[in-house]
Write a protein that binds this ligand. Structure first.
Ligand code: PMP
Length: 295
């Protein structure tokens, strides 16, 4: 199936204060963000025309920029309004929303304090995959060679373009080898996350997930922990070594894109998607629906 390239679509993109025709949302080749990775972004999803946890994403967007030593020149409330405008103007109901901010062209060297901070917001159709039976088959994960970096060597809490370099390489390798994605270890060899999603396991009815101190603490991760606890499940955030995978019953990944997706295999380890994954898929799909306002 050929997909229309992302620069060739119709619709509107919000860029530096105004809605512009989709094909006109361009930047110059000499942009600091492109050369030096001074670029942060968000990945969000609208359900029924409303962005799930929009303000949390806007806050993380601003925090990611601050970690890269620049400031997004808009408040959380402004960003929320611009994002909603993009969803509405494009007549989307189920879509992905991509805010991005980058240093511009005024300075083209490592130091770039005086560059303009550019901000754009795009959105594209992305109906969610709620065919539960299909999902419950589980996906297969490779184990990546690259590891999530020591937080002393990178701003690992940021959703920053530069941190995705090893994710793209790892995902390409996984797909070449017939896997859907790759699980990454951290700099000390402990289980971390996937290339674009967080990871959970279950053992004897208890949910286990790695401590998010050197990788993105996903908004979906926090939602899933909350949903599991609301169900009365015990959730333990702890260090998990890869050898322990042999002792887990279920595994699943979660993220804005992945939602809750069960895992059947990680390298040599096998899992059986079961009741906890199924319950959290259902809880998550109910949670993301726009709340009805009281009449
Ligand atoms: N880790 C990585 C590397 C990601 O790209 C994502 C997706 N943004 C996540 C985790 C999950 O984050 P969220 O639940 O906020 O989408």
């Amino acid at each position: 199936m050929s997909v229309l390239p992302f620069d060739q679509r119709d619709g509107f993109i919000w860029m530096n204060g105004e809605l512009v025709p989709w094909k006109d949302a361009k930047l110059h080749v000499l942009s600091h963000g492109l050369h030096y990775a001074s670029c942060v972004f968000e990945g969000e999803r609208a359900y029924g025309g409303r962005i799930f946890k929009s303000s949390e994403h806007s806050e993380r967007f601003r925090t990611s920029a601050a970690l890269l030593d620049f400031e997004i020149p808009y408040s959380v409330a402004d960003l929320d309004a611009f994002k909603q405008l993009v969803v509405d103007k494009n007549n989307f109901t189920s879509c992905y929303v991509r805010p991005v901010a980058w240093r511009g062209s005024e300075m083209m060297a490592v130091a770039a304090q005086n560059s303009t901070i550019n901000v754009a917001i795009a959105a594209w159709n992305w109906p969610s995959m709620f065919d539960v039976n299909e999902k419950m088959k589980g996906i297969r994960l490779d184990i990546a060679d690259y590891r999530r970096p020591d937080p002393m060597t990178a701003p690992s809490g940021a959703k920053a373009a530069g941190l995705y370099m090893i994710c793209t390489i790892s995902k390409h390798r996984a797909e070449r080898r017939g896997y859907a994605d790759a699980m990454m270890l951290d700099w000390l060899g402990r289980v971390a996350e996937c290339t674009g999603a967080n990871i959970f396991f279950t053992a004897k009815g208890v949910v286990h997930t790695p401590i998010a101190d050197c990788f993105l603490d996903g908004i979906t991760r926090k939602t899933v922990i909350d949903l599991a606890r609301r169900r009365g499940l015990e959730v333990i955030e702890r260090r998990i070594m890869p050898e322990e995978l042999a002792g887990f019953d279920e595994a699943f990944i979660c993220g804005t894109g992945a939602e809750v997706t069960p895992v059947s295999e990680i390298g040599p380890y096998k899992f059986t998607p079961g009741a906890i994954s199924r319950a959290l898929i259902d809880d998550y799909s109910a949670e993301v629906q726009p709340k009805q306002k009281a009449a």
